[in-house]
Unconditional design. Structure first.
Length: 637
């Protein structure tokens, strides 16, 4: 799940929250004030941004970094992979892979098991490397992914897919059987099975080339983050001063302090003629930590900084919504993210599918959206994946209610069919429905959800006992299987890439199950072996829910494997749409309630701006400012 720990940090004190064309056309890029009088977008200046917390999940090491903000930084500024994205919104093709380091989208064999890429001429590493990017650099990135001490969630997209990758490697120097580099410009991947969305996986930052002479010095997760080398249009300030004569001479790059700032400046070795996707208007970018959220947005309002991500505090937001001079400075885009209520299939009363369906019918999604801040923060979700990820289900609503406000009678019809309604009145009368623990977050708008959901579920006899926690504790609580959390309202999920596999895989497959750190919170596919491993409490709950294994929990692993093997396109999407229907109607692990928006606030100094759908963030490489600043005037190093 990519992501937005930085956004979560911004939300911590918000009253209003925001949670993920023809490519040949030149996009119309306009900011709050539009292009210059001549119609040209100006170059130069420093884009200044502040945040309450960087929130990097792997210390900015691209091999395992899993934060959407970091992906935007890598893709727009620092890393060019074989394929990437055009750094545009979804309606302009922003979710579709395009060639970047490679000359095209690859030569695929008839059986779909071999993909060959040729690298472009003229793509160079920044100083002090000063050499061409090679196919061996790309292969080295995958060797790092395959090294157990370096990788995080990323590995599941490649291990078991590329021949010879199992994510159990002991050293990043070990070659991978299924990756050939016959010369410096050619790389060939051999796959275990046809993989329709392999290009999307290649577009992730972990798959971008890595220089062995620097990254090879670091064999623990996150260490390389202070030394990241660029083959893109920009580089970290001071990275050109690294002494790369040996591993012992390397010192952390001065332009990135994980507790204070990150600065990027132009890479002198970058050749714009090799890059059709990035425009690179600005001379640099300043990203500084400021723990005062109100101050961040006031500084944007006053033009002291240029941009901030996330919905502003309520009072400031009202200015943007009501002041005609400010309305264009607030940008709202699809975040490719679903916020949802998750129910545990091995914990009563949610071990009964009719109870789970009843909850879907009774929840007042309209009230939840209003509590979040209304349409600025997203739209009501009716299924698992946002339409931007799986458009086939844009009109699908298996638990439709009038105005999305919930329907108690439909909910009671389902509850009557459950084993927990002994008298058939549509209300749970079993003791398991009393004091049902629900985990939630301890700040708005989640605290506003608590009374809504408490009242909703009370109407079908489920009496909630709500525990409101900070975001990190809430997640670790539901990610620990032995806690046996019945229901939780704190969870959200953003796409890793715009393929249903990249959205569904960890959420519903057994790959998302773990005694700790699980993301398949509903325990779909949990078997006796893992239940035992996770402790006696889990095993006993599993036995009770499955009648000692006679009625196994539903498992969709085989369904996913079948969909992955489909040719990418309509057939592929249709397969995933059928699977999502199955999950929503035959398993019912969730109540999806909101497809979240990403809000961005701009100062008048921003004169061109685009949204990067792939990262769910600003397309920095297509953003321009007219502040005339230099990095010497901005950087505090």
């Amino acid at each position: 799940m990519k992501r937005h720990v930085t956004l979560v940090a911004l939300l911590a004190s918000l009253a209003l929250v925001a949670a993920a064309c023809a490519r040949g056309e030149e996009p119309t890029e306009t900011g709050p004030t539009g292009p210059t009088a001549t119609g040209e977008i100006p170059t130069g200046g420093i884009l200044r941004e502040e945040t309450t917390d960087f929130g990097f999940t792997n210390a900015f090491d691209p091999t395992g970094e899993y934060l959407g903000t970091a992906w935007a930084i890598y893709g727009n500024f620092l890393l060019r992979g074989l394929v990437s994205y055009p750094w545009l919104p979804g309606e302009k093709g922003g979710n579709e892979p395009v060639p970047d380091l490679a000359t095209d989208l690859g030569e695929v064999s008839a059986d779909g098991l071999t993909i060959k890429f040729t690298l472009k001429d003229g793509v160079m590493w920044q100083p002090p490397l000063n050499r061409p990017v090679t196919s061996q650099d790309v292969a080295f990135a995958f060797q790092r992914i395959n090294t157990k001490s370096l990788i995080a969630q990323y590995g599941n997209y490649y291990c078991g897919t590329i021949v010879g990758m199992d994510c159990e490697g002991k050293s990043q120097d070990d070659p991978i059987e299924g990756i050939e580099t016959p010369d410096e410009k050619t790389i060939i991947f051999h796959l275990e099975r046809p993989t329709g969305d392999f290009l999307y996986r290649l577009a992730q930052p972990a798959a971008a080339p890595v220089p062995p002479e620097v990254a090879g010095c670091f064999d623990k997760a996150g260490e390389y983050g202070r030394y990241v080398m660029s083959n893109g249009p920009y580089m970290l300030l001071g990275s050109d001063e690294l002494d790369i004569s040996s591993c012992d001479t390397l010192e952390p790059i001065k332009g990135y302090d994980p507790d204070k700032f990150m600065y990027v400046v132009r890479n002198p070795n970058y050749d714009q003629s090799t890059d059709e996707n990035r425009k690179n208007y600005i001379d640099g970018w300043s990203y500084v930590i400021n723990t005062n959220l109100d101050d961040i947005y006031n500084r944007v309002l006053n033009g002291e900084i240029d941009i901030a991500h996330g919905a502003p505090p309520a009072a400031i937001l009202q200015q943007y919504l009501t002041n005609p001079d400010l309305k264009d400075n607030l940008k709202t885009n699809s975040g490719d993210r679903t916020w949802y209520i998750t129910m545990n299939l091995i914990v009563p009363p949610f071990d009964d599918i009719h109870v789970r369906k009843a909850v879907n019918y009774v929840v007042d999604k309209a009230a939840m959206l209003q509590a979040t801040g209304g349409p600025t923060t997203g739209e009501i979700a009716t299924t698992i994946e946002p339409p931007t990820v799986l458009p086939d289900l844009a009109d699908y609503d298996p638990y439709a209610t009038p105005n999305h406000a919930g329907d108690v009678e439909l909910a009671k019809e389902e509850m009557r069919q459950s084993k927990y309604d002994s008298d058939g009145d549509g209300v749970c009368d079993d003791p398991v429905c009393d004091n049902v623990l629900m985990i939630n977050r301890n700040y708005e708008p989640w605290t506003e959800y608590t009374p809504i959901l408490t009242e909703n579920l009370k109407q079908i006899g489920i009496n909630l006992k709500v525990r409101e926690l900070d975001v990190g504790t809430a997640y670790t609580t539901i990610q620990t299987m032995s806690n046996l959390i019945p229901i939780a309202a704190n969870a959200g999920w953003g796409k890793d890439y715009a393929s249903p596999f990249g959205f569904d895989y960890f959420l519903f497959s057994t790959a998302g199950l773990s005694c700790e750190g699980a993301v398949n919170y509903s325990n779909i596919g949990l078997d006796a072996e893992l239940a035992k491993e996770c402790g006696d409490e889990v095993y006993e709950a599993w036995k009770a829910a499955t009648d000692n294994g006679k009625n196994p929990l539903p498992n969709v692993d085989a369904d996913m494997e079948a969909c992955v093997a489909k040719p990418f396109g309509p057939e592929y999407n249709a397969c995933w749409a059928a699977l999502d229907r199955k999950i929503m109607e035959e398993i019912v692990p969730w109540v999806p309630y909101r497809w979240g928006s990403q809000n961005t606030v701009l100062a008048d100094t921003v004169v061109a701006w685009e949204y990067d759908q792939s990262a769910g963030w600003t397309a920095y490489s297509r953003t321009a400012v007219n502040n005339g600043l230099t990095m010497d005037e901005v950087a505090q190093v």
